[in-house]
Design a protein around this ligand. Structure first.
Ligand code: NCD
Length: 309
């Protein structure tokens, strides 16, 4: 039985290597099984609630897909504007209310730490689907699943993380998970958007080699994989600061030609202009396959949280 039974999923650093390996294994079994059967009804009668206080396409729809492919039901508020949050209801009261209906809550909220607050307010599992510029642990799991599938291994990899490393919650969560597999990491960002110092120093304390640079080409040439991210415009208080850094890093055919080797490209999406659509047909462009993997990994997580794997 999984050690994740009844647990909250809040932070990329909460998993042991064994747990990650177990999640990846279940996800890959589900991927095969789903192709044969279309659904795996392990969670009949269970209800998942989605509470999204920030925009989402993939995270919400893949959780809904995952729950329904497992035979469970899904409830959601639609928009925050259409709920009692618009009347001033607090997050904690909303969580306590939704806990009366659902068996698990998937929460996305603009405040860092909000998922932890929600988890403290209820006995049912909270899954953090992004807390401000904090964490996005389920994205990290689908990312690592995709990395292993695309590259065939998680051992001895060199990975470049590019873009808004300061505000990007996906990279904050992903490096925690990657640190369990001894990857060598290039952090490529404008000076003003560097990875928070405490994250970088914790990684180095764990013995992970981290190189910070603004040179995406040099980093790309050294890497097996580039994890591209969007500059998080909504996190800037001063839009003129955003204007200064937008478009800093772009992957296009010219860039790929200069890298001169086969490289895998991931992106949590949505993209703005940091990956040119001309490379969507490049075989190493794996970001839409990454989207699909989100369903298998979230199915695995849900099944394990309910003790069904
Ligand atoms: C990301 C997010 O919301 O943090 N998207 C996602 O969940 N796939 C990335 C982003 O918004 O840039």
């Amino acid at each position: 039985m999984s050690t994740l039974k009844g647990k909250d999923i809040l932070h990329g650093n909460q998993f042991t290597k064994k747990e990650i390996e177990a999640i990846l294994k279940v996800a890959s079994q589900f991927e095969k099984e789903l192709k044969q059967r279309g659904s795996i009804p392990l969670l009949k009668g269970r209800i998942l609630a989605t509470l999204f206080f920030e925009p989402s396409t993939r995270t919400r729809l893949s959780f809904e897909t995952a729950m329904q492919r497992l035979g469970g039901g899904v409830i959601g508020m639609g928009s925050v504007e259409g709920s009692s949050v618009a009347k001033g209801e607090t997050l904690i009261d909303t969580i306590q209310t939704v806990s009366q209906y659902a068996d698990v809550i998937v929460l996305r909220h603009p405040r860092t730490g909000s998922a932890r607050e929600a988890a403290d307010a209820t006995a049912i599992p909270i899954i953090n689907a992004g807390d401000g510029a904090g964490q996005h642990p389920t994205q990290a799991l689908l990312d690592i699943y995709t990395i292993r599938k695309e590259l065939g291994t998680l051992k001895n990899l060199t990975i470049s993380l590019v873009g808004d490393l300061k505000n990007g919650r996906t990279v904050h969560a992903l490096v925690e998970v990657l640190s369990l597999f001894q990857a060598k990491l290039y952090f490529v960002s404008p000076e003003s958007l560097r990875m928070p110092g405490e994250i970088t120093s914790t990684l180095r304390e764990k013995g992970i080699e981290v190189i910070e640079t603004e040179d995406m080409l040099e980093a790309g040439r050294m890497s097996d994989l580039i994890y591209m991210t969007r500059i998080q415009k909504e996190r800037f208080t001063d839009l003129s600061e955003y204007e200064k850094v937008k478009g800093s890093f772009v992957i296009d055919q010219t860039f790929l030609d200069q890298v001169k080797k086969k490289i895998t490209i991931l992106h949590p999406l949505p993209r703005v202009d940091e990956i040119h659509p001309e490379i969507d047909s490049y075989p190493g462009a794996a970001y839409f396959r990454q989207v699909k993997n989100g369903v298998y990994v979230r199915m695995a997580l849900l099944a394990m949280i309910f003790g069904k794997r």
